[in-house]
Design a protein around this ligand. Structure first.
Ligand SMILES: [Zn+2]
Length: 499
């Protein structure tokens, strides 16, 4: 026997809006999906139906609005029949004889079913299981009073269904239970685009399929001028906090957002929004951005290289990322700046401060400013506990007054840029917790706040043409900037990366 599941929205006449989209056959088990034309209706409870002959039919009515995202667009039997086959006279005859129909009082009302449709339904009770920390399929089923035989059968499935053996907290399983509380249907969203769908067939075997949503991408362009705070101005321009953080991360190598921002600074951002079924799913990446700091405009564009690594580059192909972090610690303020000092003309004393002091609470992690090797980790008189890193070429960085070293940090150990190496303290001669940070070029102290930091490796010459091809359009959009109303809607299957 053949089963058909059809998908639509129940609150408008199905015949008016259904259009076949795709059909997947799996042996005797066939799925037919329909996409509704109008997705801007008020969110309505949905129903799942199997529209076939006689008593094997199934209807599953999600209990909550939340359920909609999982059992997305599942239709009542009436729509199914309108789309697939008109009810036959024989079906009408079974009208009131079906005692197996379960009425789920707790459900939001589904679209009214026509009597001849109800007759052939075996309704499933829908139940949503939310995975908690430490849950396995068996723990989850046990807690919900479900039968071990079902999770054992589900756990034996291979392919995409193996995901059921790697449940994560927050995963949602939408189940359809028959009147013996056995699992007849299961939907679980696997990621932004994929839903695992499992149905029990006539022989009691579980069959799985994978529903794949098309995401569409919309480019959004936003610009703003900073008045008081970057975050406030960005917000009023329509930029989320997350994207604002990303924007500061992109330019943080050249702009010190704690110290350098001035009223009148400007930004332009082009980013992606990802849509599923016409609804905003999430924000994507920043594609290109311009930040004008004190009259100087900096630009960055996202480029995915031939090894599929994405990074931000200046229009000339130099990476935005530098070989060194400007500040190796999240500080509350700079308590002392760099000064080489000079002989006081009268007192004849020298007061030099060959580094920068970053005040920060005791225990604040200190990051390696660049990739390198630990050449010293120990005590140095008034500097207290000190780490010195040797970097490629002629660069050294020094971190003093540490509260403690990070475990494993000792002479000879290699570190990556951004690795925590130690914690802020006040060892040695210090009046309060702070990081004393020195930057040496060829053994000579320079001002860490002013030194021109070397770039990370640039785009290879061989790849320059590819870079220019990929980024030219985005850079042109920064030139002829048109805030969001010029946004493009593009089909995205080829340029949306799966999470
Ligand atoms: Zn100092």
């Amino acid at each position: 026997m053949k089963s058909d599941y059809i998908v639509t929205e129940p609150d408008t006449p199905a015949s008016a809006r259904l259009a076949p989209k795709l059909a997947i056959g799996a042996g005797l088990f066939a799925l037919a999906f329909y996409l509704a034309g109008d997705r801007n209706d008020e969110p309505a409870p949905e129903a799942l139906a199997s529209a076939t002959s006689a008593q094997d039919d199934i209807a599953l009515v999600p209990r909550t609005h939340e359920a909609r995202s999982l059992l997305d667009d599942i239709a009542p039997i009436s729509s199914a029949q309108a789309a697939i086959a008109p009810p036959s006279a024989a079906l009408e005859d079974t009208e009131r004889s079906n005692a197996a129909l379960l009425d789920l009082a707790a459900q939001p009302p589904a679209a009214p079913l026509e009597p001849q449709d109800e007759a052939q339904l075996v309704r499933l009770e829908s139940r949503e299981l939310v995975v908690r920390n430490g849950d396995s399929l068996s723990i989850l089923f046990d807690r919900n009073g479900l039968k071990p035989i079902d999770w054992m059968a589900l756990a034996k499935l291979d392919g995409d269904a193996k995901r059921l053996l790697r449940l994560r907290p927050g995963d949602k399983l939408m189940l359809g239970l028959d009147d013996e509380q056995r699992v007849a249907a299961l939907d679980m969203r696997i990621n932004d685009t994929k839903t695992l769908r499992i149905r029990r067939d006539e022989d009691g075997q579980y069959e799985q399929s994978l529903l794949v949503d098309d995401l569409s991408v919309r480019e959004v362009a936003v610009e703003g001028v900073i008045e008081n705070s970057l975050f406030l101005s960005a917000k009023s321009a329509g930029l989320s906090d997350r994207l604002t953080m990303e924007l500061t991360d992109i330019f943080a190598w050249d702009v010190d957002f704690a110290l350098d921002i001035r009223a009148g600074d400007r930004f332009r951002v082009i980013y992606e929004e990802l849509y599923r079924d016409g609804k905003l799913l999430k924000e994507g990446n920043i594609l290109a951005a311009e930040f004008t700091n004190r009259g100087q405009a900096l630009r960055a564009v996202r480029y995915i290289d031939s090894d599929e690594r994405a990074a931000y580059y200046a229009p000339d192909g130099k990476p935005m990322k530098k070989a060194f972090l400007r500040s190796p610690v999240d500080f509350t303020r700079i308590s002392s700046r760099f000064s080489m000092g000079r002989k006081h003309p009268i007192l004849n004393t020298i007061r030099a401060h060959k580094g920068v002091d970053y005040a920060a609470p005791r225990g604040t992690p200190i990051k390696a400013a660049g990739a390198g090797k630990v050449v010293f980790a120990g005590n140095k008189g008034g500097y207290g506990r000190v780490v010195i890193l040797q970097h490629a070429g002629k660069y050294q960085t020094l971190y003093a007054h540490l509260n403690a070293f990070r475990r494993g940090i000792r002479k000879g150990v290699s570190v990556s840029q951004g690795d925590t190496i130690a914690y802020v303290g006040m060892s040695g001669l210090a009046t309060g917790p702070h990081l004393h940070y020195e930057f040496l070029v060829g053994g000579k102290h320079v001002d860490p706040l002013r030194v021109k930091l070397p770039s990370a490796p640039p785009i290879a010459k061989a790849e320059m043409e590819r870079f220019q091809g990929q980024t030219a359009t985005l850079l042109a959009k920064l030139d002829d900037f048109a805030p969001t109303n010029s946004a493009l809607v593009a089909s995205a299957s080829e340029n949306v990366s799966q999470p």
